[in-house]
Design a protein around this ligand. Sequence first.
Ligand code: SF4
Length: 359
Amino acid sequence: MKPLRTPTALVAAGLAPPERLAALEQVAARYAVSLTPDVVDLIHSDDPVDPIARQFVPDPRELEARPEERADPIGDDAHSPVEGIVHRYPDRVLLKLVHICPVYCRFCFRRESVGPGHRRSLSRAALVRALDYIRARPEIWEVILTGGDPLVLSPRRLREVVRALVCIEHVKIVRVHTRVPVVAPARITAELIRAIKMPRNASTKATYVVLHANHPRELSVRARAACARIIDAGIPMLSQSVLSRGVNDDPDTLAALMRTLVENRIKPYYLHHGDLAPGTGHLRTTIPQGQALVRALHGRLSGLCQPTYVLDIPGGHGKSPIGPSYLERVPSAEQEARFEIEDFNGVSHIYPPVRQDDS
Ligand code: SF4
């Protein structure tokens, strides 16, 4: 079975009602559509609010852009000194190798710059310039391969890039951001894993793979096996998830997602608040809703299962953790600052305690 890339194919597969076809054609003319066979397998097509379908099947509301939404919601362009590089934080850069993905998430923060309508990958000359940029800046400790999804590239192309990075003395970490182990697990072959792995004999250098997964059902048997191949080869895995309305905005789903990741040796890293990408308002939660969900996780789950809830500040100002906060300064006549701190049961305590018996 081939990926489903058109509204007609989605209707034929029973993933969209025929009466929506005309509206979905309009969405698809603007934003790329693709569902791999593995994703189609995960969808319960008899469920009109299926959380997997919601992430990948287009929705007519995507044409309703809100005034606060923007084409480049996290401000990549403002920090792109040469094509393919985003240099926002001092010690790391993004290296955007490709502009395509095996699937197109409906909430994608790069939806205006990914898809078949854009250039497929960085040209050889642009890659040379990007590597020269990294080579010339000793402060760059980490290179994040992203796109698009870098694991759509051939092992040969990935090996070339990783080998070039290995030869740059100051680059110690290669981080790969990908959805491939979940949406196209068969691509995770021994050859591809060898291609992205920093050789351990290259002093202290390491590859990390960060999996993008939003719902526990995405960790299918095939996806888990693909992640196990990566981890068994000695590459640690982390995860990032996007908080999305109707996908994972309830404590049970989020808890199941984080536990499933940890059970599969993947450490939850970031929970992203939905970015202000055009036409994604129907998928965004509010920040107070997100904070309440994170608070619910704190009380219930092991520390291993806690991602950091972050917001990418529009305009390219980077990510900041957005709570919830458990600590508040309280007025005190003494010299030492005093705080009120809330425990996981919602009970407040003064720190430092006023008397020995006040705990
Ligand atoms: S995999 Fe990442 S870059 Fe590709 S569509 Fe989804 S969110 Fe966007």
